[in-house]
Design a protein. Structure first.
Length: 220
């Protein structure tokens, strides 16, 4: 893809005042151009439209976005992967793992988990990789393993969900315990009895945060 015109447009639309606020929101871990999401997506629209027609994922574009210092570039890479979802396969998981373990924070991880989830749904052999991620030393990979089924609803693999969550019970990391609660809360909208039973079974090992999040829809 000829992505240089997009990069030039992004630089030309930087907003210094907004960039300070955006960086502060992310605890000053990353620098921003100061481009809000709606505007960023408008700037990417034409390039992404052409990309879909090419029917092939351009990993050089993704890699270029990921190595740039401004956070918007990583968001663009994730938006691009989402648009190209149908052209991703199990062979791309190793590349996504590299993204997930580089410049990691909740914003990119939460963008990648759904992409990984869609790949795993289409290619069930990826479930074995996700089981390994659920016990990895990198807790961001664990978070993806826990949350990758968030949008599955009735297609949720409950055996896999139970295993990856059990693998992380007793963890002290906030982002892990939040992810456990989030995954259970979302599935409770589809199968509240399953989630209620899970909490009753494992509540002694679950963090209070996980129980609180998981129970939000059970009393309604």
């Amino acid at each position: 893809m000829d992505f240089e015109p997009l990069f030039i447009a992004l630089e030309n639309n930087r907003d210094e005042e907004r960039s300070v606020k955006m960086s502060a929101y992310m605890r000053n871990q990353f620098q921003f151009l100061g481009i809000p999401t709606p505007k960023r997506r408008i700037l990417c629209k034409e390039l992404f439209k052409k990309a879909v027609n090419e029917k092939q994922v351009d990993w050089s574009f993704i890699d270029e976005c990921w190595k740039r210092k401004y956070r918007e570039y990583q968001y663009i890479a994730i938006d691009y992967l989402s648009r190209m979802q149908q052209y991703l396969s199990a062979s791309d998981i190793s590349k996504i793992k590299k993204l997930a373990t580089t410049k990691s924070w909740w914003d990119t991880i939460d963008g990648l988990d759904n992409i990984v989830g869609e790949i795993a749904l289409a290619y069930p052999e990826v479930n074995d990789t996700l089981l390994q991620w659920s016990i990895d030393d990198n807790f961001w990979l664990r978070r993806i393993a826990i949350d990758h089924q968030l949008s599955r609803k009735s297609k949720t693999n409950t055996e896999l969900l139970e295993t990856v969550v059990k693998n992380n019970l007793g963890h002290t990391e906030f982002f892990i315990n939040k992810a456990i609660g989030w995954s259970l809360r979302e599935y409770s909208k589809t199968n509240p009895e399953w989630v209620r039973h899970f909490i009753e079974t494992y509540q002694e090992k679950m963090a209070p945060l996980s129980i609180k999040e998981a129970s939000k829809h059970l009393d309604n």
